[in-house]
Unconditional design. Structure first.
Length: 106
């Protein structure tokens, strides 16, 4: 199940363009110019986060941390591939733009 969640999440990211997948010891990071998303596989689910240029209050996110005015980390948990919904895909697209550093161009 965890592999199917990962595959679905990666497909949602790649819908936005090319991405570097950086497997690490306990997590998998996703990068364009900068890292914008991360997944941590668990036995029955996947925890992860997205970096957005704005702070979002949405039930999808378990918590958020602000690192700078345009750098907000939002955590989530995926228990099934179907949890990668259109709403999450929209946030993934927003995070992908942060990974390209589009938010710094204005």
């Amino acid at each position: 199940m965890v592999r199917k969640i990962y595959d679905r999440f990666l497909k949602a990211i790649r819908a936005n363009g090319p991405v570097k997948v950086l497997p690490q010891k306990t997590r998998i990071a996703f990068q364009v110019r900068m890292s914008f998303a991360q997944l941590t596989p668990r036995r029955a689910w996947v925890d992860g986060h997205l970096v957005l240029a704005r702070r979002v209050r949405d039930p999808l996110f378990r918590s958020s941390q602000t690192f700078s005015p345009r750098n907000h980390l939002h955590t989530f948990r995926l228990c099934a591939p179907e949890d990668v919904t259109g709403e999450l895909e929209a946030f993934i697209a927003e995070a992908y733009a942060v990974g390209r550093q589009d938010h710094l161009a204005s």
